[in-house]
Design a protein around this ligand. Sequence first.
Ligand code: TZP
Ligand code: MG
Length: 193
Amino acid sequence: MPNDNLYRVVGQALEAGITAYQFRDKGTASQFNEDERFKVALRLRKLCAEYQVPFIVDDDVKLAVALRADGIHVGQSDEKIEQVISEVGNEMFIGLSCSNETELKDAEQVRGIAYYGCGPVYTTVSKADASPVIGTNGLSRLVKLAHRPVVAIGGITTKTAKKVRQTGAKGAAVISEIAQSPDIFLTVRQLKG
Ligand code: TZP
Ligand code: MG
């Protein structure tokens, strides 16, 4: 079963204490057709519910609604944030990616956004079309400008999590460091500090 590793990783990460999970299957990294995507995401959605951990769908309003997701996350070039807010703002919380000060200042004018995803803080291997790296200095500037919680993303590891936390970011979104960890319990504990 090709998805067994995904269920194992998410299950162990939940057991280890992650505070949110985002389902992301898009672009060149997409692994599933529409049917498979729904089935896999539904199973993960139920798993998160067992742990009372928010389940967030990346950039797929239809899937988020079908799964009764807790949240939806959109990027700057995904469906327009105002459109997403009017579609599902009453049903789930909404996150928006902001990778520079202009994007963040524009987002501050929009009502109905719950949090910002900011990065990439460091070089990432998980997103082919990632914006330029902003470093912890760039992240700090965005945190200072933001009146909403900032979740840092991009190349964050157990070694850099503390520096990321010191910027005032309220969370860290992590793919590789957890998915490739030989000991997910230890990695999540170290990431949380
Ligand atoms: N957006 C900016 S960086 C990134 C996304 C989705 C990928 C983060 O993955 P990793 O493996 O933790 O660098
Ligand atoms: Mg996106």
